[in-house]
Write a protein that binds this ligand. Structure first.
Ligand code: ADP
Ligand code: MG
Length: 366
């Protein structure tokens, strides 16, 4: 683990020795009694990008703040490389944790130049040395030409990179980022996200990135940890969570769904879109989730009958709502534009088996 005071190779600002960050049964409530975390156990492995995903209010920021040492848990332990840094008998102060934090709003100092902002994290070094380190860090994020400019002159994406350079300059073993792209407009987001990922890979720091956007988590995370109401719901690679969600909440976080409530009978369940396997006891209530992208326009004689009630043009695709026999609500399908000619009312719909997920109703956390 890199720490201040140890000798470091020069000219390698931001390169660090990745650490393992562990949370053990973390429980936390605010002084007003508002509970935020109900026993979270989670590990970010050395060098990985772990995305902490969840709806607003699920406890993501609180967990990051506990790791950084600016919030203290009521019970449980935080471990860095299996060494306790916060627990019943230990509290390592934030500045001695080798953990960097990038805030949601970048939090650059408006009255300091870009270089001075980056240098801010290096107050243990002499002036000239800190200046050199900060300049190297700025070059790593490709912004050396802005060294003497003030933050307001930079675009949102550039400010985000300055915040990243500032957080990486002291060579943290772990970097925490709280919704780092939420302030950027959607056209900028893709490129800033890709650049950030590249910088994280080069720095080799372990990173925990908070987001409420499942697609962002899939783009960035080696693994994703999904939180809801202060509880960890499922952890795994993007593909695991998408293809094998533990419950309807997880499924709904990763895809738009049609959901039908029904009962299993003879290992199957009947829905307005067809009959699907449901390996449960007879009478068990089940929720059948069908991804919008898995509902397709079928040729005559296949699938079920539907009547188009609305169409929403989305560019590459369109969302079609169709009334089907036995359905309480219209079924929604996301189809490629052009798949259905203009003006057509009567259609047939089929379903791709891999886009159907069947859950026991009682088992869901939703
Ligand atoms: P997230 O980052 O996932 O949106 P937070 O960690 O900010 O969630 O918040 C978790 C819960 O704690 C929410 O219910 C939120 O309203 C509550 N909360 C956050 N900050 C405070 C605070 N300072 N005082 C009281 N409750 C808070
Ligand atoms: Mg938050």
């Amino acid at each position: 683990m890199a720490s201040k005071g140890q000798s470091q190779p020069r000219g390698t600002t931001g390169v660090t020795f990745a650490a393992r960050l562990g949370f053990e049964d973390i429980r936390h409530a605010f002084p007003n009694g508002q509970a935020s975390l109900h026993g979270v156990t989670l590990t970010a492995e050395p060098g990985e990008v772990l995305c902490l995903l969840g709806p607003s209010g699920s406890g993501k920021t609180t967990l990051l703040r506990i790791a950084a040492g600016i919030e203290v848990q009521n019970s449980g332990r935080v471990l860095l490389n299996d060494r306790e840094i916060a627990g019943p008998s230990v509290f390592v102060p934030p500045e001695r944790r080798s953990i960097g934090l990038v805030f949601q709003d970048f939090a650059l100092f408006p009255h300091l130049t870009i270089l001075e902002n980056v240098r801010f994290g290096l107050n243990a070094l002499s002036g000239a040395e800190a200046r050199r380190e900060a300049a190297t860090a700025l070059a790593r994020v490709g912004l050396e030409q802005y060294a003497n400019a003030y933050p307001h002159l930079l675009s949102g994406g550039e400010q985000q990179r300055v915040a990243l350079a500032r957080a990486l300059t002291p060579r943290p073993a772990v970097l925490l980022m709280d919704e780092p792209f939420s302030g950027l407009d959607s056209r900028l987001k893709d490129s800033v996200r890709a650049e950030t990922l590249e910088i994280l890979r080069r720095s080799r720091a372990t990173a925990v990135v908070v987001t409420h956007d499942a697609e962002e988590a899939m783009r960035m995370g080696d693994r994703i940890a999904l939180l809801k109401d202060g509880r960890l719901i499922q952890v795994g690679a993007a593909r695991d969570l998408f293809e094998r969600p533990d419950d309807l909440f997880v499924a709904g976080f990763f895809s738009e769904l049609n959901v039908f409530e029904a009962r299993a009978l003879s290992g199957r369940v009947e829905t307005p879109l067809g009959i699907f396997p449901a390996p449960f006891e007879d009478g068990q209530g089940v929720s059948v989730a069908v991804r919008l992208a898995g509902v397709e326009i079928a040729p005559t004689g296949e699938g079920v009958e539907g009547r188009v009630v609305s169409r929403r043009f989305l560019g590459d695709s369109e969302i079609i709502e169709a009334a089907v026999a036995g359905g309480e609500h219209p079924v929604r399908a996301r189809v490629r534009c052009g798949a259905l000619a203009a003006g057509i009312r009567d259609i047939r719909l089929s379903v791709r088996a891999s886009d159907v997920l069947v859950f026991e109703t009682a088992a869901q956390s939703a």
